[in-house]
Design a protein around this ligand. Structure first.
Ligand SMILES: NC(=O)c1ccc[n+]([C@@H]2O[C@H](COP(=O)([O-])OP(=O)(O)OC[C@H]3O[C@@H](n4cnc5c(N)ncnc54)[C@H](O)[C@@H]3O)[C@@H](O)[C@H]2O)c1
Length: 323
């Protein structure tokens, strides 16, 4: 089978591309490299440097490629930036992504797999979060992802496009080849690991008086290889649908720092700062549905394994892909 991976030079898309190739798929990576890296493109894949904004190029590549499926990772995903520049998010994550959706329909693509996010839920009322929880995003990033979920649903109703929207919780970890290199970096695990790498002096904890056991926020971390497995299974999903992907365990910021200290053997000093607005106290996935319908079985349920894999990658690539 031949898969078109939009955003395959990014963090999750590169790991997913590697996983697909290891499982016998052919892959074409399409990426503008706006936040991705040429060195993150698996050498066994075909690479096309292009932007989803280029409607003609997207339609031509999909028409000529004879693809069995499309995976769409290509989006902007900085929550804070989306609060100051919402148009950038709606333009890329919705308007430009529409070109890919239209090309999928024009070419009868059998399966469209979309990177959605826990951010579509906003501040949920119940934990863990099931697929039918109300979706009230609290930032334009989450809203843009929810809008794209709705676009998929309408294209399914009107054109019969089969799709799977995978709502990841906190993607983390690395493969042997590919890891996390965002600029700016906003994710907790790589920020923590920058301390033992000598790239920052300490890690900031935003708020320690949440209503959680140790007062810091709880998040659900999911390894990128487990996300990749879900993407591969989604290609053969029995129906169109939405699935939450997490381990189902909430780890506090303090717990993650403690595990990172154990993994790296570094004291990793931490400083408590004021809470950030819009940070829910906990976000934990109920992934029962993905396990039942996609037969998804995550392999990295222990957060120490997740952090260790990231640490191994950072030791080999302390400055990410740039050096
Ligand atoms: N990282 C997480 O924890 C997380 C959690 C939930 C959902 N997601 C979603 O997963 C996807 C991948 O996230 P990531 O962390 O790998 O991000 P990333 O920025 O590392 O990767 C995105 C890739 O898409 C490319 N891209 C962006 N816009 C493009 C366009 N218009 N045309 C062509 N290429 C374009 C970028 O160059 C980059 O290589 C995103 O859609 C994100 O919203 C990520």
């Amino acid at each position: 089978m031949k898969i078109f991976v939009a955003g395959g030079a990014g963090y999750i898309g590169s790991g997913c591309t590697e996983f697909l190739l290891n499982n016998g798929y052919e892959v074409t990576v399409f990426d503008s490299l706006i936040t991705g890296h040429r060195d993150a493109v698996d050498k066994r894949s075909e690479f096309i440097e292009g932007d989803l904004a280029d409607r003609k190029l997207v339609r031509t590549v999909i028409k000529n490629g004879d693809f069995d499926g499309i995976m769409h990772f290509a989006a902007f995903s900085l929550v804070g930036e989306s609060m100051t520049n919402p148009g950038k998010y709606f333009m890329n994550n919705n308007a430009h992504a529409l070109n890919l959706l239209d090309a999928a329909v024009e070419n009868n693509i059998k399966s469209f797999v979309f990177s959605s996010t826990a951010a579509t839920f906003g501040v949920p009322e119940k934990m863990p979060i099931t697929e039918d929880a109300q979706q009230h995003p609290i930032n334009p990033y989450g809203e843009s992802k929810l809008i794209f979920e709705k676009m998929l649903s309408w294209y399914n109703k009107i054109y019969g496009l089969k799709y799977t929207a995978l709502r990841y919780f906190n993607a983390a970890g690395a493969t042997e080849k590919f890891g996390e290199d965002h600029s700016p970096e906003t994710h907790l695990i790589p920020l923590i690991l920058q301390v033992p790498l000598g790239r920052r002096k300490s890690i900031k904890i935003f708020g320690d008086d949440y209503d959680t056991p140790d007062g810091t926020c709880l998040r659900d971390y999911i390894h990128i290889l487990d996300l990749a497995q879900a993407h591969m299974l989604a290609l053969d999903a029995p129906r169109s649908g939405h699935y939450n992907l997490g381990c189902g365990n909430g780890y506090s910021v303090k717990e993650i720092i403690e595990v990172a200290r154990k993994v790296t053997g570094h004291p990793i000093p931490a400083e408590v700062e004021a809470k950030r607005s819009g940070d829910p106290a906990e976000l934990i996935a109920d992934s029962t549905l993905a396990k039942k319908e996609l037969l998804w079985s995550p392999k990295y349920e222990n957060v120490e394994d997740i952090i260790s894999s990231a640490w191994e990658w950072f030791k080999k690539n302390p400055d990410g892909y740039s050096k």
